[in-house]
Design a protein around this ligand. Structure first.
Ligand code: DX5
Ligand code: ZN
Length: 219
């Protein structure tokens, strides 16, 4: 089954509780953590995860777009994130950080920016629950998917199949009604959707429609 990770980045933050309830049909709640250094934007800290956890049964994945991720892993783990996803670009000791996330009992994902080569994660694939491919440059919701990322997804799928590891592929950024099925055909397991859902008036219906598209290939 293809999973949907709903991003609340572009929801109405004044009604965060309501937004979280509206996406209860998704499989994951995707939390975009931005520090204003690694990316040119600022968002949520661990207290948000802690409080949101109280009002949803959805598992939370924290996408850490921060410098010095080692300083934030303990906080986001203790706040109740089920999965922690760190960028490969801003740590010298990626393998070490991957192990430290596991020590907190969290699932571990590594995310790479559009220009970062797949070789960055090739030798640690067996240690990962998930690779998140940025299909836009990180920092903002509502951007257009970069077309060259489709062949990157296919290459990663081949790499995972060759190594015979259970690592999942997730994509983040610019998913829309037109490209969702193509992403699945290319080999994606988890789809982040933010603007797509929150631009619709009926968010519950939007999640259900997206689930239908990615799991049956229809639109
Ligand atoms: C961008 C974030 C994304 C973003 C996706 O830096 O990592 O998760 O919310 O948003 P949409 O679906 O609007 O492209
Ligand atoms: Zn994200």
């Amino acid at each position: 089954m293809i999973e949907i990770a709903a991003s609340i980045l572009n929801s109405n933050l004044l009604n965060l509780g309501e937004s979280v309830c509206e996406i209860s049909g998704a499989d994951w709640l995707h939390f975009d953590v931005m520090d204003g250094h690694f990316v040119p934007n600022l968002t949520f800290g661990p207290m948000f995860v802690e409080q949101v956890k109280e009002i949803t049964d959805l598992p939370i994945e924290a996408h850490l777009m921060v410098d010095e991720p080692e300083n934030f892993i303990p906080m986001f783990a203790k706040a109740g994130s089920k999965r922690i996803i760190i960028h490969a670009e801003n740590t010298v000791h990626l393998h070490r950080l991957v192990q430290s996330i596991k020590e907190y009992g969290c699932e571990v994902g590594v995310v790479i920016n559009p220009a970062t080569p797949l070789t960055t994660i090739e030798y640690i694939l067996a240690d990962l629950d998930l690779v998140l491919l940025m299909t836009v440059n990180p920092g903002f919701g509502g951007q257009k998917l970069i077309p060259g990322m489709i062949s990157k997804i296919k290459k990663l799928r081949e790499m995972i199949n060759t190594q015979r590891v259970p690592c999942k592929i997730e994509v983040d950024g610019g998913v829309n009604w037109e490209n969702a099925a193509t992403l699945v055909e290319a080999g994606v397991n988890v789809i982040v959707a933010g603007t797509l859902i929150f631009h619709e008036t009926d968010r519950k219906a939007a999640v259900a429609r997206l689930k239908g598209i990615v799991n049956k290939g229809g639109n």
